[in-house]
Structure formats: structure tokens, C-alpha cells
Design a protein. Structure first.
Length: 220
């Protein structure tokens, strides 16, 4: 299984974005948390920032929309050139229709599940997506502790994906460290969002390599 590391720029030094992006050149993707201070109690980047990032980074943007009404807002991020646009299951009434719209525009479509959301309600539509994101913290703020009790969701999703034979990525976001990435990889995750464990490291290149090797040693 291919392991992907997607550092979250929420943990970057915003005043030095150019140099911060260079520090994570070893990453596979760049995770961009878009929060609206409504769906989650925090406010971060919006579409202008994502458009600018798209211009200055050679890495694919992995956009995670933590906002109300993604049916209205998500297509704009796909149109801006984001490689992947993930929206929350809890924020839309018709996730499949929105996923199909994002794919038509040319982006990968992802579905995110908050910790309190039952994965069983979404297993029958999981194959409509390119990626399913299992939140391993409550969305809204960085630096929270990893929730190992979310792992059964990954196990259930991995079974569905493996049976289908489709290339659907299973992502975890929240509290990912060299220790917790092993737990997530064993449960079936292949794509890992890491914030402070990468940007807080003395050498992010080494941090990314360490996370990658830990996950590869325990992936399916």
C-alpha cells in the first residue's frame, strides 16, 4: 500500500510561507484546512489563500473544508485547481451529488467524518469518493490528542474499499505522530495529515521520512 504524508499548513509559520513550503518538499501533498468559524469554532484560510498557494507550491493541494454549506463553496476550490477537495458528511444533505460535481470539475472528491459520526451510515456510499477522511480529533484546532477509538471506522472502510478493488484513499487527520501513525496504518489508513509533528520538528524532511517509514512498516 502506498503511504502518503500530507503536512497541514495550519501548523506552518504564515509569515514565511515560501520557506515553510520548501521545508516540506518531501511531502506528497499539502493539507489545507479551511474553517469558517461556523461549522467549527475557528477561522482559517479561504478561497483567495488557496488560489495563491496553488500558484506557489509544486505539491498537490489536499483541501479540507470544515465549513457550512459545502454545496455552495466546495466547487470553487475545485475550480481553483485543488487536487483534492474534502467536505464534511455532516454539512451536506447530498454528499454523492457534490462528490460527482467536484469530479466533473477535475478534482478528487473526499468525504470527512467527525468523531461523533457513525461510519455505518456512509459505508454504502463510500465508493463514490476518491478519499474518506476519518477525523482522529474534533475538527477545529491543531495540537489535539489522537483518538484511537476511531480506528474501527478505518477497519470498516478498509474492508469496503478492498472488496471493491478501487483506489480509494483512507486518510486520518489529528494527533498524528510517529507512535499514532502506526495505530492508524494498522487499522487501514494510507494517507496521513501531520501538523505539529512535521512543522514543529527541527528537520521536517527527517520527520516526514520517519512518519512514512513507520506507516509503511505497519500498512496492509
Amino acid at each position: 500500500m502506498t503511504v502518503r504524508i500530507s503536512p497541514s499548513i495550519l501548523s506552518a509559520d504564515f509569515a514565511n510561507f515560501d520557506s515553510e513550503l520548501q521545508r516540506i518538499a518531501a511531502a506528497d501533498l499539502i493539507h489545507v484546512d479551511v474553517m469558517d468559524n461556523h461549522f467549527v469554532p475557528n477561522l482559517t484560510f479561504g478561497l483567495p489563500m488557496v488560489k495563491r498557494l496553488q500558484e506557489v507550491t509544486p505539491k498537490p493541494l489536499d483541501v479540507h473544508l470544515m465549513l457550512t454549506d459545502p454545496d455552495r463553496w466546495a466547487p470553487g476550490y475545485a475550480e481553483a485547481g485543488a487536487y483534492s477537495v474534502t467536505f464534511h458528511a455532516e454539512a451536506t444533505d447530498d454528499p454523492v451529488a457534490l462528490a460527482r460535481r467536484l469530479r466533473e470539475i477535475g478534482s478528487r472528491a473526499g468525504l470527512a467524518l467527525k468523531p461523533g459520526t457513525d461510519v455505518d451510515d456512509y459505508l454504502d456510499i463510500a465508493l463514490e469518493f476518491d478519499q474518506v477522511l476519518v477525523m482522529t480529533v474534533e475538527p477545529g484546532f491543531g495540537g489535539q490528542s489522537f483518538m484511537p477509538d476511531m480506528m474501527p471506522k478505518l477497519v470498516a472502510l478498509r474492508e469496503v474499499v478492498q472488496r471493491s478493488g478501487l483506489d480509494i484513499w483512507l486518510q486520518v487527520d489529528g494527533g498524528v505522530t510517529e507512535q499514532t501513525i502506526v495505530i492508524a496504518a494498522e487499522a487501514g489508513a494510507d494517507t496521513f495529515v501531520a501538523g505539529s509533528s512535521v512543522f514543529g520538528a527541527a528537520d521536517p524532511t527527517i520527520a516526514i521520512a520517519t512518519l512514512r517509514s513507520a506507516a509503511e512498516a505497519h500498512s496492509h
